[in-house]
Write a protein that binds this ligand. Sequence first.
Ligand code: FES
Length: 108
Amino acid sequence: MVRIRIQNLGNRSIETENTERKVIELIHENGIDWMHACGKKGRCTTCKMHILAGQEHLSPETPEELNFRTLGRLLPDERLACQANILQGELILRVPETSKLSHLTYTE
Ligand code: FES
């Protein structure tokens, strides 16, 4: 069992046994809207997550993420939801300011 908790979406939690799906797929499959301007192809960074805890539980960074990190578009505590899988444990994250959707209400 792995768990994803989105702090600034009212601590919405997702629990699953499925570690084969990308984090963004798990979020979408649980009815939570999440920005993904390039269609989840690792080309835009709009799906980025601000990781508060559990970064060590994620799959290794993809070449796309490493490229954005080199360009300074992905900070050390950020990952792309369309590139990362959660492999074990709990992931606690926030939606970054730049990736908030106008029709959703975010909490603190
Ligand atoms: S949706 Fe574009 S990088 Fe993830």
